[in-house]
Ligand binder design. Structure first.
Ligand code: NAD
Length: 307
């Protein structure tokens, strides 16, 4: 039987609607809407698309967004000054500095400078510490929203074996801690892990956050497993596509007509035959991430809210 598709877009729409209703309630009481400041340095095309999507999501929810664009040559001092002014501005609830920053900028020190109370990406060590302790706080948007969806789908996590491939600060590590918090038995796999296929075959919940197109083969998946594919990869190579998208004629067609196609870290066409449920790419984790950002911005304004 083919796996159930975990429709991230549909779930994200529900999250966005939940935020919109809360924002409407807040403003109806005469309070200002939550406000998100988005800082974009330089003109990286992918970053521009991400920022545009975040600003659009703000308008859907009623959250106000303020864009701050600095040119690619902006100095560390200029970026720091901007972050300091946003920290001090009472009309700003959340600050998002779009990554990557230009090479000459020390991104870690910029992220460290953001007030933990406004750190809607959940990357400040203070918020990471709260997550480690299992305490309430601002958490990275992608894993938070993935957990929101898994819970809504009633995915059993208590005692489940979870494998997270990837150990980044923004996805892999926080994802592992959130699964642990739900009492899963979690293994974090990474580029030096031995026998990755064997490890994956033990996973009731498999999360791939690698950034390598189609690396996870169908044969790596335990029958009935829940598979969350976080990777977003652009493929332009027809030979590679033929190998990893063998059972996905629509994607191969897209590549032919557009010269590029998006895919995840998991070979979706193969995984469909083994997994119990799986998130597609696109339309899976991507929309969830933005919905998670909206929830975080609302939470930054009103930390007492339970979402
Ligand atoms: P990253 O590059 O920071 O981390 C990748 C991780 O993969 C590393 O920890 C590394 O150890 C691991 N890895 C690399 N090669 C490996 C291998 N051969 N075997 C096992 N592990 C290996 O990336 P990231 O920021 O965590 O993002 C991962 C992917 O998720 C990317 O494709 C990114 O675009 C995507 N992403 C998607 C969303 C979304 O909203 N859907 C959000 C964030 C990231």
């Amino acid at each position: 039987m083919a796996a159930e598709i975990l429709d991230g877009k549909k779930h994200a729409d529900g999250m966005i609607e939940e935020v919109r209703a809360r924002v409407a309630e807040i403003t109806s009481r005469g309070k200002r809407a939550p406000a998100l400041a988005v800082v974009l340095v330089g003109d990286d095309p992918a970053s521009q698309v991400y920022v545009r999507n975040k600003v659009t999501a703000c308008s859907r929810t009623g959250i106000s967004s303020i864009e701050h664009r600095l040119n690619a040559g902006a100095t560390q001092g200029e970026i720091n000054t901007l972050v300091d002014s946003l920290n001090a501005d009472d009309s700003v609830d959340g600050i998002l500095v779009q990554l990557p920053l230009p090479r000459h900028v020390d991104a870690k020190s910029v992220l460290l400078r953001i007030s933990p109370a406004k750190d809607v990406d959940g990357l400040h060590p203070y918020n990471q510490g709260l997550l480690l302790q299992g305490a309430k706080g601002l958490r990275p948007c992608t894993p938070s929203a993935v957990m929101h969806m898994l819970k809504a789908h009633g995915v059993p996590m208590k005692g489940a074996r979870a494998v997270v491939i990837g150990r980044s600060e923004i996805v892999g590590k926080p994802m592992a801690f959130m699964l642990l918090e739900e009492h899963a038995t979690v293994t974090i796999a990474h580029s030096r892990t031995q026998d990755l296929p064997g490890l994956c075959r033990q996973a009731d919940i498999l999360v791939a956050a690698i950034g390598r197109p189609g690396m996870v083969e169908g044969s790596w998946i335990k029958p009935g497993a829940v598979v969350v594919d976080v990777g977003i990869n652009e493929v332009t190579d027809e030979l590679l596509a033929a190998k990893i998208m063998a059972n996905e004629p629509k994607k191969l067609e897209t590549l032919k007509t557009k010269g590029r196609v998006l895919c995840g870290d998991v070979r979706f066409g193969e995984a469909l035959h083994t997994a119990g449920s799986i998130t597609p790419v696109p339309g899976g984790v991507g929309p969830l991430t933005i919905a998670g950002l909206m929830m975080n911005t609302l939470f930054a304004q009103t930390p007492s809210l339970t979402l």
